[in-house]
Design a protein around this ligand. Structure first.
Ligand code: FES
Length: 156
């Protein structure tokens, strides 16, 4: 019985050692994003300036399908009806957003009731009034300032 208790103690020590290693691993992974944030400008890409539509053609809450920066990148121009940060046009209420889910590329559907884009794949939701910021789901989107999903280059 004494031998058995010694084995249990060895097992506890191993467990505690493993937990400490896991905690150290977690501390390392927490520190990495801070290092990544130190050089965010390296991934930024200059996008071309293209005429996609006339402002007069846009109606509030009716997304206009566009392709940008090329025909393989589907998106919309959307007049929200209220001024938003980063909004374009005379009223500051026009935004351009990709309609491809950044998680696994399902096409997003627009919900005019809350100005959100919703993914039928795994139910991620994105806020059109906040530059496509994720509301809920699998992915964190901060706008189109990095590579498009699945591409080595966003601009041809
Ligand atoms: Fe959109 Fe997974 S493909 S959440």
């Amino acid at each position: 019985m004494d031998r058995c208790n010694k084995l249990v103690d060895v097992g506890r020590r191993q467990f505690l050692r493993g937990g400490a290693s896991a905690a150290a691993g977690m501390a390392t992974s927490v520190a990495l994003p801070a290092q990544t944030k130190a050089a965010p400008g390296l991934a930024l890409v200059e996008y071309p300036s293209n005429k996609l539509a006339n402002v007069a053609d846009l109606k509030a809450d009716e997304p206009l399908d566009v392709s940008y920066p090329d025909e393989n990148a589907s998106g919309v121009l959307l007049k929200l009806g209220t001024k938003v940060e980063g909004g374009a046009g005379p009223d500051g209420d026009i935004v351009g957003l990709s309609t491809t889910c950044p998680h696994k590329r399902f096409p997003l559907d627009y919900n005019a009731e809350d100005h959100s884009f919703n993914c039928p794949g795994h139910y991620s939701r994105f806020d059109a009034e906040a530059g496509g910021q994720e509301i809920l789901g699998q992915w964190t989107a901060e706008g189109l300032d990095e590579l498009l999903y699945g591409r080595l280059s966003s601009v041809l």
